[in-house]
Design a protein around this ligand. Structure first.
Ligand code: PDD
Length: 279
């Protein structure tokens, strides 16, 4: 596999990052995950825009233009012979002898771009997942897409071990914030789509944004507000969204069955619509 590591092309086996990389030592890095379907990058513009926002929120900039990043991505998918897959982009603040403060450090941000091949095209109809809830123990800026993901990693792993496809985080008042690597939505009994607003407690998902646009175009009402357990108990359908899960139906939250434990028509249709948007 050809990769782009430490600001240069190299084979994945030979790729090297310094142990003094601040991403490695402090999680002082930001990232994006972009899917590639039928030779097309999904929601590319939104992901690259958010990458810049993440860097500026933590006070550094990358001297690569978006078109330079896209050129690298295109070379990687071409040389790795990828038709369907995913792209991981990470930018760390740089490498220097370890010190918490980066003030006056001569740092050059380090760009990494990796590709992963997926054999089949993405399925439009999939089984729903069960999810569980757990308190949100992340830092106070989960709206910045940094690589500091330990609470997410632990919550997701605990879920997978116990047969759940995702962990949903709860704020201190027991409202859902978001999934460990996804945004959460319900369709309520009045056919209104509900997802948490961008109140700083969730990541501004790029897929979330696409779904909001989709809903607008199809005249589906949307409310961006907090979701409680009562809302979940009374909802018709639920699903998560992310670059890697697209739209994935949720059929159970803790012990609450959604739509009698069956994937709902709306979630299925929305997944299909999202995937077809990108054909
Ligand atoms: N995660 N919330 C969190 C905490 C996430 O990590 C993600 C995505 C999302 C959805 O964002 P988007 O629609 O832009 O993918 C929401 C990626 C897929 C990951 O970490 O692998």
């Amino acid at each position: 596999m050809l990769s782009y590591v430490n600001n240069k092309f190299c084979s994945l086996e030979k790729a090297q990052i310094s142990v003094n990389d601040r991403g490695y030592q402090f999680g002082d890095a930001v990232y994006e995950v972009i899917y590639y379907k039928n030779c097309k990058f999904l929601d590319l513009e939104g992901h690259l825009k958010r990458l810049r926002i993440s860097m500026s929120r933590i006070d550094f900039q990358l001297k690569y233009s978006d078109s330079a990043i896209i050129t690298i991505m295109k070379r990687l998918v071409t040389e790795n012979n990828i038709k369907h897959g995913s792209i991981y982009i990470q930018v760390s603040r740089g490498e220097y002898s370890r010190d918490h403060s980066y003030f006056n450090m001569p740092l050059k941000p380090i760009l990494v771009i990796l590709t992963k091949k997926i054999k089949e095209d993405f399925k439009t109809i999939i089984p729903g997942i069960k999810v569980y809830t757990t308190f949100d123990t992340r830092w106070n800026n989960p709206d910045i897409k940094t690589t500091q993901l330990l609470p997410n990693v632990l919550a997701k792993t605990k879920g997978i071990k116990n047969g759940f496809g995702e962990a949903l985080f709860l704020d201190k008042n027991s409202y859902i914030t978001e999934g460990s690597s996804s945004n959460f939505w319900i369709l309520n009994k009045s056919n209104i789509l509900v997802t948490r607003s961008l109140d700083g407690k969730i990541l501004a998902g790029i897929t979330r944004d696409s779904i909001l646009n989709c809903a607008k175009n199809k005249n589906i009402k949307v409310e961006e507000k907090k979701i409680s357990f009562d809302n979940i108990k009374n909802c018709k359908e639920a699903f998560i969204t992310s670059a890697s899960s697209f739209v994935t139906p949720v059929i159970q939250v803790d012990n609450i069955k959604i739509n009698n434990g069956k994937v709902g028509e709306f979630s299925n249709l929305l997944r299909k619509t999202y995937l077809e948007l990108n054909d």
